[in-house]
Design a protein around this ligand. Sequence first.
Ligand code: HEM
Length: 396
Amino acid sequence: MMTSLKITSAASRLLPSATAATTTATAKLSLSSSSASHSFKLLRSSPLISHLFLSQKRAADASRFLRNGCSSYSTVTKCFASDPEQLKSAREDIKEILRTKFCHPILVRLGWHDAGTYNKNIKDWLQRGGANGSLRYEVELKHAANAGLVNALQLIQPIKDKYSGVTYADLFQLASATAVEEAGGPKIPMKYGRVDVSGPHQCPEEGRLPDAGPPSPAAHLRDVFYRMGLNDKEIVALSGAHTLGRSRPERSGWGKPETKYTKDGPGAPGGQSWTVQWLKFDNSYFKDIKERRDAELLVLPTDAVLFEDASFKEYAEKYAADQGAFFKDYAEAHAKLSNLGARFDPPEGFSIDEGSAQPQPEKFDAAKYSTGKRELSEAMKQKIRLEYEGFGGSPD
Ligand code: HEM
């Protein structure tokens, strides 16, 4: 009961909408306690994780069944990579786990790490990495940069199991965008329909994601993000996602084991956050890095460089001064990141937001089938006109 109360108050301090959340589930959640190597051992031995990978197989079978089933009726209905209605329902389920488990940051990181392996110089979509669901495979989860993300997968696997008509690639990006929005961030102009890669052999090799402490942080960020096709503005805007979450030494090696802002959670306590309210999406990341007044807050070398490099600094200063400008650029950059390397079905993707254009089954258009019709001769038209006039009507 004590734990429950403590978590509730910490949650409501950080996330205004969290006050009514169920806290017992949060107390049970083991998001942080495992070390990286412990996570890997878990991957191999835990019945829970074995279940996770078994579930993935079942879901893949179900999804194949669903798609094949649909294609037999393809003259009437077109099935896309994900089903729009199921995606909408999945979004509600994601909101529910956000409300109860305060896992916004790790879901954002999950989406980013699936998409961020993209290499624009590789043409073959199975090799180029990106938002293709490959991060569900053990071999990629074991990359050092992904330490801890098995917990994110574990959180959303039940949603994947529930909606066989939703791909992992879409679900990861849906979870990330929904987490940003639910934490108070901007509405992300997302599209869906991402196709999943189908086997662990299609995972990208280790080493495509950025390091936090490279010898030359600005050059490193440019190497990695330019390879994805992103520019300086997008590097700075996307780094602003660190307004959410914490770094944990037992996962990445960065950050303190706990601070006064993280020792009570919410969620599993511990780690070092970049901002005081680390479940609230705003521009405080830029303000805090600029001021550096609070030693309890984290600044990675790749964060610090945003105010050191002349080109990055222009944007970092702007975002520290103007939250609206940050939100606008962040939303665009996040949507772009979420599409990297993705193969869409339908090719143009689709939105699941109200009022947006949804792909529709093709409408029956009689005119399309009348192209061979011959024009009536003038004599025949005159004959018909006379017949109509004979009984007081009009051919028009
Ligand atoms: C610019 C290069 C980046 C570097 C070097 C970097 C590095 C890191 C590191 C070291 C952590 C701590 C992980 C842990 O210990 O659990 C982290 C966490 C995080 N990163 Fe980044 N990151 C970068 C860019 C991004 C981007 C582009 C996004 C999203 C758009 C992002 C979102 C996050 C989030 C939300 C967390 C917190 C996760 C949690 O609390 O569980 N990062 N990042």
